[in-house]
Design a protein around this ligand. Sequence first.
Ligand SMILES: [Zn+2]
Ligand SMILES: [Zn+2]
Length: 367
Amino acid sequence: MNNTQKPKGPWIHRFLIVFFTAFFAVLVYWALGFLVEDIRSIPGPLYPEIEKEYLDPGLAEQEKALSREIAETERAIAGRKDELRIIGDTSGNLQGTINQLLELQRLAVQKSAALSDREQANLSDSLAAFLESQRRYQAVSAELSRLTELKETLLSEKNTLERTMEEKRRPAREEFDRLIERHNLRLAALQLAILLPLLAVSAFLVIRKRKTLYFPLFLGFASAVLVKSALVIHQYFPTRYVRYLLVAGLLAAVGRLVVYFIRSAAFPDARQLWKQHREGYEYFLCPVCEFPIRRGPRKYLFWTRRSLKKLVPPEDCGEDEPYCCPSCGTVLFEECPRCGRIRHALLPWCEHCCGEKSLEEEKETEE
Ligand SMILES: [Zn+2]
Ligand SMILES: [Zn+2]
């Protein structure tokens, strides 16, 4: 018995095959990821190095010194402002004291008396302190305005310097962009140099080994390589090229599928044909025209694919005899040439003697 059909195996095995194929694909993808990652870690051009070639380092030093000076001036300004606040507070206090003393003096004059010596001394001390603090206030104010002016000057100097540097930096940045682009292209080429041959090999294997037992392994490997390559291409090349590539690939794939289905509908291969016939017999419907096969106990019944399960055929099994579809004329049950009993005409094996029928013989029967 040279049955061409492979045994399907228990469902848990089939499930595990699918599961481990997917797992295998993920592992392959992972391994490719390491490879790609290593290539990506090749160091590229560094901007500071390039800037050094275009920009006089003296300018950067100058800028740093200016910044430092500006920071110092700002600190000094803040210090002076604090000082002014403190002096202001002190003056306010002194003024209060003086006002009180003057009030006392005024009252004393009204009573035609004079301030005591201590009060007199207090008054003149307070006045002297007040005047001193006013003088300091003015001095600190002047210092503050000098510092503010200095800061303005420094800031404008720094601005000019920055503009000059910016102008010199532009060509540096352009050069850097150019180098980075070249570096990225090199990285992409390196990655594709590894991925594309792998892709070609896996595609070859998938096409070559599609009939073999280990096809899922090749398919898993090819899918992983395909996804990784697509991602690398997408990352390094402008989207518009990738789009054309993708559309071309999809067109080819869909076209191939359509051709495949058209061909398999027009010239079904043996296994598909037998599958179709088997389904027909299972439902007791003519595999060619779907007309109910009314033979044996089902002779006077009616059913469709849906109602078949509810149908209980009568016990009586009449004599088995050849049967031909009354609707399309196809022979569905015939005498077996080997054992002489009645067998399915459109299935490969006789249920009584296991005699095989080739597809060519079957086609003759069908015609
Ligand atoms: Zn028929
Ligand atoms: Zn037979």
